[in-house]
Design a binder for this molecule. Structure first.
Ligand SMILES: *Cc1c(COP(=O)(O)O)cnc(C)c1O
Length: 412
């Protein structure tokens, strides 16, 4: 614990001074975080979905060093560089074949902002100036900037804090694994009544992450896309959390091969090394967007692009699907039995994601100290105790991880 940190540094979703002191990390290697007090914990969060290959990976380190020796940064306005070109080529190759235009940003939230702007500019340039609203499913999370916040879940998001400041959009029922048809009906009604004012739908495919760690039937995506097409509403998929293998497919949209008009990526894009986001779209949309009014200072940062190239190559040349299947099997076998516990409301597993939803709100500080004592780093929120470990986690480490979760549930 560092008292300067507690007194002066703002941490995510926290106040100053922070009543829950942050744990200082000295270094990190593989799946392990080495804490300043000498303890060593397994990172069950992959630093929020991103560190899929583990920390301090020689291949990723090398890619950054090589780029560093050439240049760490150069403005993207009027200039370009090989790492960005290579990365764009790869992204176009591995995403649905309608996506061919690439806009790099410096974070996931800004990738979402850019996607929303694309949709607005697209309709403006097509003379449909009334299309200025968005539609989304409840329980979503798309980032913390204003546009992104406005499409986050209206109840557990930050809508109450910025009421009056946030643009008002359409929220429809969230699909689930079983009753996604009901949710679809809600979307249908909303589109029927309001499509003339709606520019785009935006949603996370299959897994809703920070908005509640909920999974839903991918078939919803197929039907929702159809409805959007019928009503002249664009379709944005936010794969910032789900992209790059996490759900068992390279992209969650592959469960049903749905083709979004716009796709947002981030988080694991660089293997968790640097902040980078990207928004991809089609020829037709790009042509109609015209001049896209966005251009972050650190757009397409060369270090970030170089490590993203290395991370994607590493992933595609690894047995990542076997790894995800192995992790999924383990999480399933170890966590699902917790369902019978009276304190547990639900247990969900998909790919390398395991979620234990408690009946009551979890005391984060207490449970984190307990988890650390058991050699594990997790960051529960609300009623959710969940993990999305690095894909390289071995059988011993993942057992430590699930044992710690089981211990927490017993102890809570
Ligand atoms: C994390 C996340 C974002 C925001 O990305 P940042 O890099 O934190 O700005 C947007 N959408 C989804 C689905 C995310 O999980």
């Amino acid at each position: 614990m560092d008292s300067f940190d507690t007194q002066h540094l703002w941490h995510p979703y926290a106040k100053i001074p922070n009543p829950i002191a942050a744990h200082k990390v000295r270094s990190a290697n593989g799946v392990y975080l080495n804490l300043d007090n000498g303890e060593c914990v397994i990172d069950g969060m992959s630093s929020w979905w991103s560190v899929i290959h583990g920390y301090n990976h020689p291949t990723l380190n090398k890619a950054i060093s090589e780029q560093l020796a050439k240049m760490s940064h150069v403005m993207f306005g009027g200039l370009t560089h090989q790492s960005a070109i290579d990365l764009a080529k790869t992204l176009v190759a591995i995403t649905p074949n309608n996506l061919s235009k690439v806009f790099f940003t410096d974070s996931g939230s800004v990738a979402v902002e850019s996607a929303l702007k694309m949709a607005l500019q697209y309709w403006q340039n097509r003379g449909k100036n009334d299309k200025q609203k968005f539609v989304t499913i409840r329980g979503g999370y798309h980032g913390d900037t204003f546009g992104a916040m406005s499409v986050c879940d209206p109840d557990n998001g930050m809508h109450h804090l910025f009421k009056g400041m946030l643009a008002q959009h359409f929220f429809v029922k969230s699909p689930s694994m079983v009753d996604w048809h009901v949710a679809l009906k809600d979307l249908k009604t909303t589109l029927k009544q309001n499509a003339s004012s709606i520019a785009t739908m935006i949603l996370e495919p299959v897994v809703q992450g920070a908005g509640g760690m909920r999974f839903y039937d991918p078939q919803y995506l197929v039907e929702a896309k159809k409805l959007c097409e019928q009503h002249e509403v664009l379709f944005i998929l936010d794969e910032i959390a789900t992209g790059f293998g996490r759900t068992g497919k390279l992209f969650a949209l592959e469960y049903v091969n749905v083709k979004p008009d716009i796709l947002c990526l981030g988080k694991a894009l660089t293997g968790g090394y640097l902040s980078l986001g990207v928004t991809l779209t089609s020829d037709e949309i790009a042509n109609n967007v015209g001049t896209l009014m966005h251009g972050p200072t650190f757009m397409a940062n060369p270090l970030a692009c170089a490590v993203a190239n290395a991370s994607i190559n590493l992933l595609l040349n690894s047995p990542w699907q076997d790894n995800i299947t192995r992790i999924e099997k383990h999480l399933y076998q170890q966590l699902l039995p917790l369902k019978t516990n009276k304190k547990v409301a639900d247990v969900r597993v998909l790919g390398a994601i395991g979620v234990v939803e408690m009946v009551d709100i979890i005391d984060m500080e207490k449970i984190q100290n307990r988890l650390i004592a058991n050699g594990v780093w997790l960051r529960p929120y609300g009623k959710l105790l969940y993990t999305m470990p690095p894909f390289i986690i071995d059988d011993v480490a993942i057992s430590t991880l699930t044992d710690a979760i089981k211990d927490s549930v017993k102890w809570l």
